[in-house]
Design a protein around this ligand. Structure first.
Ligand SMILES: Cc1cc2nc3c(=O)[nH]c(=O)nc-3n(C[C@H](O)[C@H](O)[C@H](O)COP(=O)(O)OP(=O)(O)OC[C@H]3O[C@@H](n4cnc5c(N)ncnc54)[C@H](O)[C@@H]3O)c2cc1C
Length: 243
């Protein structure tokens, strides 16, 4: 794994999906280090002075873009004090610092293995990087994505999802929203929240599939418990631990 480095970035775009969830793209001041889809970065809002070396307060965010992109994208939901500051202070043109790459959450499977990606809310971010990477250079893995949000506006990276549906062989999206209203999505949305039954039903052969889980801790814990109860080998349950 590449050694983490600290990079100054300029915020180049912000999409506010609602009053709590945003996607942020940053342009680094020099080339990004090599990183793997599924890895995460530290983001600091206060300036970092390399001559002093003290790293300011930061939080970690999964990287949604792929290593070849010159820019880097994250998505976050406002939860506590730091993400509230992000919502208030981030603006196009603002300077921020990032430190990367970190983490070992990667897609590793044989081409004939069934892979079920399960994303709750902003938990889609590492899967965005997985899917973009497959769109760039397909490994032959067949991906199914079960993606649940509170309301249709909170489906993130929809252009990428639509491209995956048309270009990635075998890719299937199972989209769920707690609320349903008239929207212009180019994929069908089922009403309801994510549940164990929904992820189980998404697999052709759930007993031998590998499940990747990313999202809120309570969602992860309940899905993990359901999979274990069905006797799924813990090695076939991969989790992006956010807490
Ligand atoms: C691997 C990983 C990937 C993640 N990816 C995402 C993502 O893509 N999108 C997303 O929205 N969230 C992601 N998170 C969660 C994110 O890092 C924040 O913890 C979360 O958004 C909580 O919000 P907050 O920092 O505003 O909350 P806060 O209440 O401010 O802090 C949350 C936690 O941060 C720790 N903390 C508190 N103060 C400090 C401090 N001074 N310095 C360092 N840590 C402190 C404490 O453990 C606290 O419980 C990820 C977390 C992990 C571990």
């Amino acid at each position: 794994m590449a050694n983490p480095i600290k990079l100054k970035c300029i915020v180049s775009s912000i999409i506010n999906h609602d009053d709590a969830v945003s996607t942020i793209t940053m342009t680094p001041s020099r080339r990004l280090p090599n990183f793997k889809p599924g890895q995460f970065l530290h983001l600091a809002l206060d300036p970092f002075d390399p001559t002093v070396g003290f790293w300011p307060e930061s939080r970690v965010f999964s990287i949604a873009s792929m290593p070849l992109d010159p820019d880097i994208t994250i998505a976050y939901g406002v939860k506590g004090a730091f993400t509230k500051r992000m919502r208030e202070e981030l603006a196009v043109g603002k300077e921020v610092w990032i430190r990367l790459p970190y983490g070992h959450f990667g897609l590793a499977a044989s081409p004939d293995e069934e892979i079920i990606l399960v994303a709750g809310g902003t938990g889609i971010t590492p899967f965005s990087a997985f899917i973009l990477n497959e769109l760039w250079r397909s490994s032959g893995m067949v991906l199914k994505l079960v993606y649940g949000v509170k309301k249709p506006d909170l489906f993130l990276f929809t252009d990428m999802l639509i491209e995956a549906m048309s270009r990635l062989s075998g890719f299937k999206l199972f989209a769920f929203s707690e609320e349903i209203y008239d929207n212009k999505m180019l994929f069908s949305i089922n009403k309801g929240s994510l549940s164990f039954d929904k992820i189980w039903e998404a697999a052709n052969d759930p007993a031998s599939a590998t499940f990747y889980l990313s999202g809120p801790v309570n969602m992860i814990n309940s899905l993990k418990a359901g999979l274990k109860e069905k006797g799924i080998n813990p090695e076939k349950i991969k989790i992006d631990e956010w807490e």
